[in-house]
Write a protein that binds this ligand. Structure first.
Ligand code: FAD
Length: 306
């Protein structure tokens, strides 16, 4: 068995990648198949996963638009109850931010809505693979000539006034933590997540060095009797898991794996929600295993996005 420290990484590099590259990099965390990434792999991977209904992968990239329009158009968009878009009124119109999933599903339900049509028109022209079988330019409504739609660059989002930037700037963080911490993280409903799947990953394979990886517990100092007992429990769990794999699937065998098992997950949300998460998860009442990772992450985030 392997014992590792918990860690995190703010995914700045993905902010400068294309949407397809970003979605593939995040999606492959589920299968731990990052080594299969090549220059050509993004389109087949992303379209296949989307076709299988693994839709949360499509939440891991957001797009922001500045819409120049009459106030009636704002009401028109709001009439669709777009729960998963961030919308703010600004001079001459509105700012709209949403994930690829949010825009795809909005269009499927509200293709007759002029503003939804116009937003997807612009988005599908930039990201055609992500709207195949959903948007057909030839069957879509004519674009409204009175509405101006401009996709914002990351630099433009970063230059927004603070109140707007907090809501429209999304940041993804990749965590390597234990399954107890990951379970607490996924309670934050305004985030999107992708997580290493114990159903698909078979830790008895060479690519996992035929072993289970555990996160070193913050609670027990190495050399203590509690630490020795913890190691004994992990060894037993690993032995049982690997033995079960001889005759059972990973999803059946994982039933013996404990909370200390290592997992990787990506958490993606706007800066406002990160602020909310830090408020809860760095407080003295929070789980020490959570604080161990959240306090340094908050410090790094403040440096990066002040
Ligand atoms: C110290 C601590 C102890 C905890 N103990 C327990 C426990 O024993 N058992 C347990 O089940 N959970 C527990 N939790 C989890 C906790 O109850 C929350 O589910 C979790 O922290 C997510 O926070 P949230 O609900 O504020 O925000 P998020 O899900 O991050 O949402 C952000 C904000 O959006 C709004 N929001 C989101 N969804 C809704 C909604 N459906 N309706 C209205 N407003 C919404 C709220 O304003 C919310 O603050 C604990 C958390 C902490 C920090």
């Amino acid at each position: 068995m392997k014992i590792v420290e918990p860690s995190f990484e703010i995914q700045h590099d993905l902010d400068h990648s294309s949407i397809l590259v970003r979605l593939e990099a995040c999606g492959r965390v589920c299968y731990k198949s990052e080594d299969a990434i090549t220059e050509q792999s993004a389109i087949p991977f992303v379209t296949r996963i989307a076709a299988h209904g693994h839709n949360s992968m499509l939440e891991l990239a957001v797009v922001s638009f500045e819409v120049t329009c009459h106030p009636d158009h704002v009401l028109e968009l709001l009439s669709c109850h777009p729960k998963f878009l961030v919308i703010d009124r600004v001079d001459n119109g509105m700012l709209v931010t949403g994930s690829i999933r949010a825009f795809r599903e909005l269009y499927k339900l509200h293709f007759h809505n002029q503003l939804v049509n116009d937003l997807i028109f612009v988005l599908a022209a930039k990201e055609p693979y992500l709207f195949e079988n959903i948007f057909d330019k030839d069957k879509a409504l004519e674009k409204d000539a009175q509405v101006g739609i401009k996709k914002l660059s990351l630099q433009e989002v970063d230059a927004l006034p603070t109140k707007l930037r907090l809501r429209h700037r999304y940041v993804s963080v990749r965590f390597t933590v234990n399954r107890a911490v990951s379970h607490e993280l996924v309670r934050h409903r305004l985030c999107s997540f992708l997580q290493e799947s114990q159903r698909y990953c078979r830790y008895g394979q060479d690519r996992f060095d035929n072993q289970v990886t555990f996160i070193r517990p913050v609670f027990f100092p190495e050399g203590s009797k509690e630490y020795a007992l913890w190691v004994e429990a992990m060894e037993l769990a690993e032995t049982c898991y690997l033995k079960l794999l001889d005759t059972a699937s990973p999803q059946a065998s994982r039933t013996v794996l404990p909370n200390s098992c290592k997992t990787e997950l990506i958490v993606y949300c706007n800066l406002a929600e990160w602020g909310h998460i830090f408020q809860q998860r760095t407080a003295p009442a929070a789980d020490p295993s959570m604080r161990q990772i959240m306090i340094p992450l908050q410090q790094e985030m403040e440096k990066s996005f002040r």
